[in-house]
Design a protein around this ligand. Sequence first.
Ligand code: PRX
Length: 654
Amino acid sequence: MTDEMFHVKPDLAASAHVNAQRHGLMTNHALNEPDSFWLEQARRLDWFRMPTLAGGGGFEGEVRLSWFSDGTLNASVNCLDRHLPENGDRIALIWQGEAEDDVRHVSFRALHAEVCRLANVLKGLGVRRGDRVATYLPMVVEGVVAMLACARIGAVHVVMFAGFSAAGVANRLRDSGAVLLLTADEGRRGGKRIALKALADEALAILETEGGSPVRQVLVVPVIGTPVPMRAGRDLDYARLVGEAEPDCAPEEMGAEDPLLILYTSGSTGAPKGLLHTTGGYLLWASLTQEIVFDHRPGDVFWCTADLGWVTGHSYVVYGPLSNGGTSLLFEGTPSWPEPGRWWRVIDKHRVRGFYTAPTAIRSLMREPSSVLAASSRDSLRVLGSVGEPINPEAWLWFHEEVGGGRCPLVDSWWQTETGGIMIAPLPGAVAQKPGSATLPLPGVCPVLVGHDGTVLEGATQGEAEGRLCIARSWPGQARTVWGDHARYVQTYFSTYPGLYFSGDGARRDSDGYYWITGRVDDVVNVSGHRIGSAEVEAAIGSHEAVAESAVIGVPHAVKGQSLMAFVILRGGGGGEAGPALEAGIARHVGHMLGRYAVPDRVLLVPDLPKTRSGKIMRRILRKVATGEHEQLGDVSTLADPTVVDALVARLGQ
Ligand code: PRX
């Protein structure tokens, strides 16, 4: 079944931006004359000064990448101003609130005015080019306004997911050195409230007790209208200040390599890293990929369900669709609240054409009674997209056949925070799909598979192989550094396989050259499309007073893809009568330290952990034990004490 081919209907193929012939031409052009190819692509943006240098750079040594370095531009001009002369009244954002009647249609002209007003407020508060501005907001229009207002004045935005805990927010504020924070009185989620201002206060208090917070001001958006305590001299009312500000603000002329944004993401070691994306290359990549992967036209309604706090929200709610003159839908709610079928109703109500979501959502929606889906028509849909984790063929087929009625191409798109935008995906009209495969690289993307010893398996694009997914050449959307720690950037991505960018994923390539992503090969766990480093959760668990040591692994989960399981050794051993209460307390503690999204489904107190003789935890063995495969442990010659495994098996059986 997985090799079944789905050819795109001719009507779409005929009108698609990229047909098979053009795909081939683009790919060859990018391969043979990369400079001329990238400079041609750069013309899709509006520049103050058009670049004459493409650039890139090698993956050896210090890895100093740079694209279009003599060009200057402004990202907000590309998302707003350039649409005003002819399409100022076109809707840029449709905001659908959690309540059915809460809807806002914001035209490009109105969005431009609000962005300029906030940009003026930020300037008035002393925010300068290069300063970092953080946001901790729910899915509201102001979240987009804040990003574009930063871009307008050359400030670097640091968007934080509203599901992060106060400690998680404090870590990101400290690391980025943000001078200003935008938050809301409260957020809404699935009928509940999230006390964002109170959490922000708690985060700032953590920084103050440490001896100083970089944050000088807090702008509070009145999303709900709940009265919240405001600290004089620090906290300011967004609505009042923005309401009084001028609706015009000249854009800063930014160098292509000036920073646009920092976004934190988890890796296999340590605290989350702040990936830095720069203005020209990132914007080009978001814009190009959104157009060609989703066959997007100006004015199309595009709905990417990701939160603004993740890279998918950055590239495919904001920068991609808006730079392309599209209408982006911003939904505050959740898929099945207040009742099942909410997403399908949103699609019908707002005539969504491109719909981009995650396998975990698809798997949970396909469990609902078929009458739920049948109650909507979804006849506006033309292109479906999937991202964030491998999509199993069952979910792929349900999405394609049932949701899309078999008439919409389904683009399974592989990429990462580090890549800025989509890297491997079928272009509608150009590449035939196979359920479960992200298919072929986009023009200009050079994936390679690498064996354990670092050898590249059978050439760059051809031949069946399975290995670790690396990229051999730089592309414009590539993150340029880890904020404040370039050595970590080089170490994390370029030291494993010298000369290559290592993604952390494994993949298989079939005889058609199609890529099948198999998932992370490092200690990163993908829970419902959220990327969580085991080391980060272990550090959170380790900060609980009762804990001596822990190991966190991902185990397969039918809906979430993977779920987290934590094995914990207490100080002084045992758990005794208090065991279950302590396990629950440790789980709560993780929620407090990181946020609910990172709370393990299972916390298990254990007497010991499987370790090598040099003391390294063998997570591979924990994974086998957790999935009931303890009879097939493989090579255990390095295991210091084999009896540990029996104790774990017994504990899991309880
Ligand atoms: O493991 C891959 C998985 O998500 C990781 C990147 O996570 P993040 O930086 O949070 O970005 C998520 C949205 C791009 C990758 O290393 N991943 C992403 N897309 C796919 C995927 N795994 C399989 N198939 C995909 N289409």
